[in-house]
Write a protein that binds this ligand. Structure first.
Ligand code: URA
Length: 287
């Protein structure tokens, strides 16, 4: 946006075309289906798998591309790291018409059996971040959308990649908040034992954005899922930069294709929710 441009209001800042303040996108620029990586570099990588792609906007940490993946209009916007900027991205994408979001991230696995490079599809997230608490009571669940999650599972199965399904924990801090020693070894007593505790209650992984995405999507009646590549394992102490990231991208892109087919099927049979029959018919059509 040009310097000095006057926006509609201080409480709801858009320009006369409907362009939102941070993302600099307007209605019509982006698909209803948006992939949400943290890293702007990953937006370009995601778009490299599309049939065609164009840059829509780049402002601060928010890079947005739109394009076509196997005939489906699709978009990707980077959220930056952490819940505050991620909530801004979701707020502004919803305002310009997007309603279905897939986080495509990286994560640290908590369980030994999750290999570095494996994928984790989240069914829900423990809200250890602060942003979602500014929206709703702490007891409110950060649940993934069932249809989006089923599409991610279907895509992972179709592509034959190794994936795990379960709960994620989202923190506001990569180091101390995920029980990694801070500078000079700083680790306060209340963070000690966090990894073991989360593991003992069957949480699979640590990342920083899923809880905010799921919470806001539920509050607003939007749909959200998450697929992350495990680049680290906190039990084995392995860390491999970008391990599995291309697999997570392939799964997320393919999930959008599947979702568009299921959304058409739901519309045709007049159902608001995905049903086992729709999924069964879809799988049968593949064989
Ligand atoms: N992202 C995280 O938040 N934690 C990890 O361990 C790896 C990626």
């Amino acid at each position: 946006m040009e310097t000095g441009k006057r926006l509609s209001s201080a409480s709801s800042p858009v320009d006369e075309s409907g362009m939102v303040y941070h993302l600099e996108v307007k209605p019509g620029d982006v698909s209803r289906y948006v992939l949400l990586p943290g890293d702007p570099g990953r937006v370009k990588r995601i778009a490299s798998f599309w049939d065609e792609a164009w840059q829509v906007a780049w402002h601060r940490e928010f890079l947005t591309y739109s394009g076509r993946y196997r005939g489906v209009f699709i978009s990707a916007t980077s959220t930056g790291i952490g819940a505050p900027s991620t909530a801004i991205a979701l707020e502004e994408l919803a305002r310009v018409g997007s309603d279905t979001f897939i986080r495509v991230g990286t994560t640290g696995a908590l369980k030994r059996e999750i290999g570095v490079g494996d994928l984790i599809i989240s069914t829900g997230a423990v809200r250890l971040e602060g942003t979602s608490k500014q929206y709703v009571i702490p007891e409110y669940p950060a649940a993934a959308d069932l249809t989006v999650t089923m599409a991610l599972i279907a895509a992972a199965e179709e592509l034959g990649v190794r994936y795990h399904l379960g709960l994620t924990a989202s923190s506001d801090s990569f180091y101390v908040g995920q029980e990694r020693p801070g500078y000079k070894g700083y680790l306060p007593p209340f963070q000690r034992g966090l990894v073991n505790f989360l593991k003992s209650v069957n949480v699979l992984n640590f990342e920083m954005e899923a809880a905010a995405i799921f919470t806001l999507a539920n509050i607003y009646g939007l749909r959200a899922g998450s697929v992350c590549a495990a680049i680290a394992n906190r039990e084995t102490e392995e860390f491999i930069v970008n391990a599995g990231v291309d697999d997570a991208i392939r799964v997320a892109n393919e999930a959008v294709k599947i979702l568009s087919e299921w959304d058409h099927a739901m519309e045709e049979v007049g159902r608001r929710n995905i049903t086992p029959r729709i999924i069964y018919e879809w799988f049968r059509g593949k064989t």
